[in-house]
Ligand binder design. Structure first.
Ligand SMILES: Nc1ncnc2c1ncn2[C@@H]1O[C@H](COP(=O)(O)OP(=O)(O)OP(=O)(O)O)[C@@H](O)[C@H]1O
Ligand SMILES: [Mg+2]
Length: 305
């Protein structure tokens, strides 16, 4: 049986008369990267804040590693690391001293080597003894990650963490998250951009107007998404006949090059059929995967679960 590290059951939050989060249930398994995806104002931060009790939920239950956060908060939270909105630092202290200060508040005894290790992992060794006020946004994000990870939590919660990271930083961030998950850490990560977390999440929930509308695995999403393919063949006229017989739409043709749009899991079938009809495939390239389109369709599409 897969171990559940985080479990939400019917979590709701009302502010005044307004229910900003409505009956949210999902779970995050050991070693899984789970995404909360939704547009601005959807309720992602509110869900995350209720998990770690930064706000009081109106109803529902949250369990972390089997411990109910309302019954035994200290035990539930001791194996959680989180970055929620912008992490706050002592600006006139060095990154290293911020980290030390933060570690003192954690209930665990953290050995000296762990500081060096985590600072290296988030690639901040070169600046860790400089004052935080001299840090760029991306460097502050990295320091936030180091804080969240210093005590080696079982569950890492990140609310829109890639804000301020450059492409290189994004890539390092993705690698870090994947390697943490491989080593058994569970990660809950929110974003309003699918493209930002597409490569790292195993499953995701779509949040819209405070409701959970869909849970899907990235693998399923990729299978359902359409891809645009550029295909260069020896005999385009014969190829068109084969493709038409398979009900594939040809979007464009330039000499021997055909542009097609199809479900991504259908690509091998096309290749096989063309080869069978003695048509040589000179080149086959994916030019566009419409995951974002599929995501938008899910976000706007009803409340089917
Ligand atoms: N303290 C509050 N009082 C009143 N309304 C609030 C409060 N906090 C949040 N809201 C409302 O609840 C909704 C959800 O907000 P939340 O911050 O959870 O969204 P989000 O998904 O994190 O958005 P973003 O992507 O912009 O961070 C918004 O409509 C917001 O205006
Ligand atoms: Mg938010």
């Amino acid at each position: 049986m897969t171990e559940t590290v985080l479990q939400l059951d019917n979590v709701s939050k009302k502010i005044g008369q307004k229910e900003i989060v409505h009956n949210i249930s999902f779970d995050v398994r050991k070693g899984e990267v789970f995404g909360l995806l939704g547009p601005n104002g959807a309720g992602k931060t509110t869900i995350i804040r209720s998990i770690v009790r930064l706000i009081k939920k109106t109803s529902g239950e949250v369990h972390i590693s089997g411990v109910n956060v309302d019954e035994n908060f200290k035990d539930a939270i001791k194996n959680v690391g989180a970055i929620i909105e912008n992490p706050e630092f002592y600006m006139y202290m060095s990154g290293f001293n911020n980290l030390k200060q933060f570690a003192r508040m954690s209930r665990k005894d953290i050995p000296q080597e762990r500081f060096v290790e985590i600072v290296e992992q988030v690639k901040l060794s070169h600046a860790i003894h400089n004052k935080v006020k001299t840090y760029s946004l991306g460097m502050r994000q990295r320091l936030g990650l180091a804080q969240a990870l210093i005590h080696e939590p079982d569950l890492l919660i990140l609310d829109e963490p890639t804000n301020g990271l450059d492409p290189q930083g994004m890539r390092e961030f993705r690698e870090l998250i994947r390697s943490l998950a491989q080593n058994g850490t569970s990660v809950l990560i929110s974003s309003h951009l699918l493209s930002e977390i597409q490569q790292i999440t195993d499953r995701f929930a779509i949040i819209n107007h405070g409701k959970l509308t869909h849970i899907e695995s990235m693998h399923e999403l990729e299978k359902e998404a359409k891809v645009t393919i550029q295909l260069e063949v020896s005999d385009p006229e014969a190829a068109k006949l084969v493709l038409e017989s398979l009900d594939i739409e040809i979007k464009a043709q330039v000499e021997q090059q055909l542009t097609l749009e199809l479900a991504s899991d259908f690509v091998p079938e096309i290749a096989r059929s063309l080869v069978k009809a003695n048509i040589d495939i000179l080149e086959l390239a994916k030019v566009h995967v419409s995951l974002e389109d599929r995501f938008l369709a899910l976000t706007n599409g009803g409340e089917t679960k």
